[in-house]
Design a protein around this ligand. Structure first.
Ligand SMILES: O=C(O)C1=C[C@@H](OP(=O)(O)O)[C@@H](O)[C@H](O)C1
Ligand SMILES: C=C(OP(=O)(O)O)C(=O)O
Length: 463
């Protein structure tokens, strides 16, 4: 089956399950304790952020880009579906390791074509927010929508700066999806003080800035992930970047480029935390991006006393990569995670919170308000999940406090709800995989958003 047929197949299947949310929510998956400690070597799938960018930047470029190691997950398929609807030719094949590889011929100077209907970005915040930046510089009107979760997430943060540049949104003042964007060839550059450390916001502005008149710059309250700044030069776009700021001169264009996507540190974090929680485990996670803007979780585990080492082995494009090795230790201690670090581990906070629940002392994650506007309100979900474990956790303003319980004995018969959030599905499944009793997870299938092979990978490590 070609990837295009597979895409159609998966889209139909997704529609079949999500059409009846009541049935989907009722389905619970039993997660049983791993029979053995985790040991050996694992390769996690391609990085989601870099996979999205490889697809979107190739679609914007003149010529055919070759991409490999691309994550095959529901979110990345949303980006693939979007660029195909806009006229890019996507010819990707599934490789034996489960990744996608092949060519993407972009629209280049011709610009995207008018899609027939609304573009459905599914569950993917990265797809829709980056797409707004892509569309801002073309004279077409495109309607954007997403699933229930994405339709609740804030979009004004992207629309506001793009409006300053000259794009228009309807309905006027739209804060959420569905909305439509009308771009213009006459965008004006801006210098933008971003209210949040968000790589999605930064990227949307920079992508629009490539086609604006003048130099567009973004200043952030703390540095967010920098994959866009690292990748655009490969597509022939000059970007000036320093931690917390980036700028791009207008009047440039993208040219086809080869992109090899390294393993996803956010997926690796689940394996690392599983090894940190399951006695006698020792694992190596190979070929992971070791980009400092992404490995905050490893720094936090180190500070908690975990046995974790990062060994650089090379690079994929401008991304440093290497092996993350983790061995179980009996005693973990609490730590403080300051606001400036949060962007480097934002998607890993649910699973780090679970580790903190096992550590001695009170761990504090400062300034984690962004968790409230992810796929679900992850702050509320963490508090609720930890209370099921009998662990005291509370929010003070935007700070998350977790009073750890070394030797925590998890009650029997726990049922968690992923709320359709992939990071929560994987986090609560670790309670079952690494603990003494099985747990049930409602809508465990949400893992397909970022790590479809998660269960198979963790079970293989424990064989
Ligand atoms: O740029 C990206 O690829 C992402 C940025 C982060 O979101 P924000 O930009 O909203 O912080 C992160 O949570 C998301 O999973 C992916
Ligand atoms: C927040 C996430 O992704 P997105 O914003 O792209 O939906 C995530 O992957 O945890």
């Amino acid at each position: 089956m070609s990837i295009n047929d597979q895409l159609a197949f998966v889209v139909r299947n997704d529609a079949a399950t999500s059409a009846d949310p009541v049935v989907a929510a009722e389905q619970a998956t039993l997660i049983e304790p791993l029979a053995r400690p985790l040991s050996g070597v694992v390769r996690v799938p391609g990085d989601k952020s870099i996979s999205h960018r490889s697809v979107l930047f190739s679609a914007m470029a003149e010529g055919a880009s070759h991409v490999s190691g691309v994550l095959d997950s529901a979110d990345v398929r949303s980006s693939i579906g979007a660029v195909r609807a806009l006229g890019a030719e996507v010819n990707l094949e599934k490789r034996p390791d489960g990744s996608l590889a092949g060519d993407i011929r972009g629209w280049g100077g011709l610009g995207p074509s008018q899609p027939e209907g609304a573009i459905d970005c599914g569950n993917s915040g990265t797809t829709v927010r980056l797409l707004m930046g892509v569309l801002a510089s073309w004279d077409i009107t495109v309607e954007l929508t997403g699933d229930d979760s994405l339709r609740r997430r804030p979009m004004r943060r992207i629309a506001a700066p793009l409006e300053l540049m000259g794009a228009r949104f309807a309905p006027e003042g739209a804060t959420t999806l569905p909305l439509s964007i009308t771009g213009t060839r006459g965008l004006a550059a801006i210098s933008y003080d971003s209210p949040v450390a968000s790589a999605q916001l930064k990227t949307a502005i920079l992508l629009a800035g490539i086609f604006a008149s003048g130099t567009t710059s973004v200043h952030e309250p703390a540095p967010s992930r920098n994959h866009t700044e690292l990748m655009l030069p490969g597509f022939g776009v000059d970007v000036e970047a320093a931690p917390g700021e980036a700028s791009v001169a207008g009047g440039q264009s993208l040219h086809a480029c080869d992109v090899d996507v390294p393993g996803d540190p956010s997926s690796a974090a689940f394996m690392a935390c599983a090894a940190a929680l399951r006695p006698d485990s020792t694992i190596d996670i190979e070929n992971v991006s070791l980009n400092e803007a992404r490995i905050g979780f490893a720094r936090v585990l180190e500070r908690m006393g975990a046995d974790i080492t990062l060994k650089p082995t090379g690079s994929a494009g401008e991304e440093p990569c290497g092996t993350i090795s983790v061995s179980y230790v009996e005693h973990l201690r609490s730590c403080e995670v300051v606001g400036r670090e949060i962007a480097s581990l934002v998607d890993e906070i649910p699973v780090l919170a679970l580790v903190a629940a096992h550590a001695e002392g009170t761990t504090v994650f400062h300034e984690v308000g962004e968790l409230r506007v992810k796929e679900t309100d992850r702050l509320a979900a963490i508090l609720e999940g930890l209370s099921k474990l009998g662990v005291r956790a509370w929010a003070e303003g935007d700070d998350l406090h977790i009073e750890g319980k070394p030797g925590l004995v998890v009650p029997e018969g726990l049922v968690f709800d992923s709320l359709g959030d992939h990071r929560l599905a994987m986090t609560w499944s670790l309670v079952g995989f690494t603990g003494a009793h099985p747990v049930s997870i409602r809508d465990f299938e949400a893992v397909r958003v970022s790590y479809p092979g998660f269960r198979a990978d963790i079970e293989r490590l424990a064989k």
